[in-house]
Design a binder for this molecule. Structure first.
Ligand code: PMP
Length: 455
């Protein structure tokens, strides 16, 4: 319960915060968890309580909260060059090395990289790159952006317009020209009697019909997360990317893989597009890029887009875009180290090795009559709460079941996230088998408590 003493951390947080993406009744009643430090996959609050963070912060703290290699890299780079920009033909040596590295580990033979401070800004930047490119190539009308319902791409005005969530209507978004296609979640959106293959074919047909209706020459690009993250951990229906990619190719529409969550190992491979066997035209990266140790995003343009965008910039002698902290040397040094840690220190391997155990844990909890479905890929998992398993009827929204489960988890010393009617787990890559067992035990206790309450 909230410590309501006027000088408590909870009261001070409540007085001075405009809480973002926070269930206000819960936080007022319970108080914010004010975090002081972390160790491995655990965080600690101002009361000294320990929580296993099964969310890796916000999907990003993949190396845990006290990785010595990452903190030492940051300290050393702060001593060498604590800040610099990437304007006017100047940039740090770390920035050069990271761009080289990102192209090397990307699915592209060649490419070019642009840095931002966040995933939202990286998506925003990518949209501007597409608008810039099409205008330079004599097609200024190619401005529409295709994304999907339940896709999450960020919170800036443009990336929020790409995000397929109804809550953005409170901002008067999406902006015109942002078109949302069907969400590839077969269990929830498949029609009675429709096979998964038929469902995928229906979504592909919807895509093609939309392109024809809007006019292929008005569309700037298609953005997709390989596995939808903040939409509730939704792996695509089977064959989805194999069905939509050829259609996009047929109409010359650039394909952008938003790998802010999936990139660098979350789905078991370096990239989510690798997991789903498609090669996009560009990749959006953030979060895991620095293992959460620095705010940073990147747009990685593949060969062809890089060549065309560069030609467009050469024609006007400039690409007029950039952030003060684009290519920040400390962020780049940390990213170089994070990539090495994830790929070469066994973290990506741990994801691959423990995925069957993770899936088995999800599947076991999904046996509960109030869990309709478990879904996941690699270290992304979700359990969907339902009132009636057979009919897949959700709980009444007013019961706030997933928030209650997440709160009950917090009480047991586990952080996990409510998303819609789902509870999401995305543990850090360093989690051990024993810690994973602890995660499932705590979650089971919380589920039992809440389902007993709402039964
Ligand atoms: N794209 C995806 C797939 C994301 O999951 C997120 C963040 N959850 C973003 C973009 C936005 O990133 P940021 O919060 O760093 O702006």
């Amino acid at each position: 319960m909230a410590d309501t003493a006027p000088n408590s951390w909870e009261s001070r947080a409540d007085t001075y915060s405009l809480y973002g993406f926070t269930d206000l009744p819960s936080v007022h009643a319970r108080g914010a968890v004010v975090v002081t430090h972390g160790k491995g996959p655990y965080i600690y609050d101002t009361h000294g309580r320990e929580y296993l963070d099964a969310n890796s912060g916000l999907w990003n703290m993949v190396a845990g909260f006290d990785h010595p290699g990452l903190t030492e890299t940051a300290k050393a780079q702060y001593d060498r060059l604590p800040g610099y920009h990437a304007f006017f033909g100047r940039m740090s040596d770390q920035t050069v090395m990271l761009s080289e590295k990102l192209v090397e580990v990307s699915p592209f033979e060649k490419g070019r990289v642009f840095y931002t401070n966040s995933g939202s800004e990286a998506n925003d930047t990518m949209v501007k790159i597409l608008w810039f490119l099409h205008a330079a190539e004599g097609k200024p009308q190619r401005r529409k952006i295709l994304t999907r319902w339940n896709g999450y791409h960020g919170v800036t005005a443009v990336s929020a317009s790409m995000t397929g969530k109804p809550y953005n209507s409170v901002f008067g978004l999406p902006l015109p020209g942002f078109i949302h296609l069907g969400c590839p979640h077969y269990w929830r959106f498949g029609q009675p009697g429709e096979t998964e293959a038929q469902f995928t074919a229906r979504l592909a047909a919807e895509l093609e019909a939309t392109i024809i209706k809007e006019g292929p020459d008005t569309i700037a690009g298609f953005f997709a997360e390989p596995v939808m993250g903040a939409g509730g951990v939704i792996p695509p229906s089977s064959g989805y990317f194999h069905a939509v990619v050829p259609i996009l190719r047929k109409y010359g529409i650039p394909i952008i893989s938003d790998e802010v969550i999936c990139g660098f190992g979350r789905t078991g491979n370096t990239w989510g597009c690798e997991t789903y066997d498609f090669v996009p035209d560009a990749i959006i990266s953030s979060k895991n890029l620095t293992a959460g140790y620095f705010p940073m995003g990147a747009v990685i343009l593949g060969d062809e887009l890089a060549r065309r965008v560069q030609a467009a910039a050469e024609a006007i002698e400039e690409f007029p875009h950039g952030f003060t902290a684009s290519g920040h040397p400390v962020g780049c040094a940390i990213a170089l180290k994070a990539i090495d840690v994830v790929m070469n220190e066994g973290l990506a391997q741990n994801v691959r090795e423990l995925t069957p155990h993770f899936e088995a844990g999800l599947a076991r909890l999904a046996e509960h009559p109030n869990i309709g479905e478990w879904r996941g890929k690699g270290f992304m998992g979700a359990l969907e709460a339902v009132r009636d398993k057979a009919t897949r009827t959700p709980f009444d929204g007013s019961l706030s079941v997933s928030e209650r489960i997440a709160n009950a988890c917090t009480d047991t010393g586990l952080i996990c996230r409510p998303l819609g009617q789902s509870i999401v787990l995305c543990p850090p890559f360093i989690i051990t088998r024993e810690q994973m067992d602890e995660m499932f035990e705590k979650l089971e206790t919380a589920l039992k408590r809440v389902f007993d309450e709402v039964a």
